[in-house]
Design a protein around this ligand. Structure first.
Ligand SMILES: Nc1nc2c(ncn2[C@@H]2O[C@H](COP(=O)(O)OP(=O)(O)OP(=O)(O)O)[C@@H](O)[C@H]2O)c(=O)[nH]1
Ligand SMILES: [Mg+2]
Length: 128
């Protein structure tokens, strides 16, 4: 009986919890697999993805979290837009293509620059 009441209290507590909005920014070199990863999360086939020009916005619901992911284009010439999304990001996802050994140095430099940015430092980072 006690455990039933405790369960009900927990359920009520959770039910009263407000929906929380979380914004994540996904970055990484072009061709790293950012868009394919997002498609995988959405249960879609990660094949046949075109390079992202600018950004794409994905809205997901995970429990009481409303998650918005900004999947940003990773091409060298569009990396300049990344910083425009940092302020609203709760955290970032940095996608690395571990099979692209030739571009590891570029990956390292790019990641270092992202992590050093004042609007990113101290925020959660997931390297995928
Ligand atoms: N087999 C396989 N292919 C993958 C995987 N991840 C990505 N790819 C392929 O790699 C290519 C590039 O993936 P994208 O997801 O477009 O890469 P991106 O990081 O979004 O690239 P940009 O939008 O240009 O910044 C696509 O042809 C994908 O199908 C993976 O885990 N396995
Ligand atoms: Mg993409």
């Amino acid at each position: 009986m006690f455990s039933l009441m405790a369960n009900c209290c927990n359920w009520l507590k959770r039910w009263r919890e407000p929906v929380r909005k979380v914004t994540l920014v996904m970055v990484g070199l072009d061709n790293a697999g950012k868009t394919a990863t997002v498609k995988g999360i959405q249960g879609e086939s990660p094949e046949d993805v075109a390079p992202t020009v600018g950004f794409s916005k994905i809205d997901l619901k995970q429990g009481r979290f409303e998650v918005t992911i900004f999947d940003l284009g990773g091409g060298k010439r569009i990396r300049g837009i990344w910083k425009n999304y940092y302020a609203e990001a709760y955290g970032i996802i940095f996608v690395v293509d571990s099979s692209d050994t030739e571009r590891m140095e570029e990956t390292k430099e790019t990641m270092t620059e992202v992590l050093r940015h004042p609007r990113i430092s101290g925020k959660p980072v997931l390297v995928s």
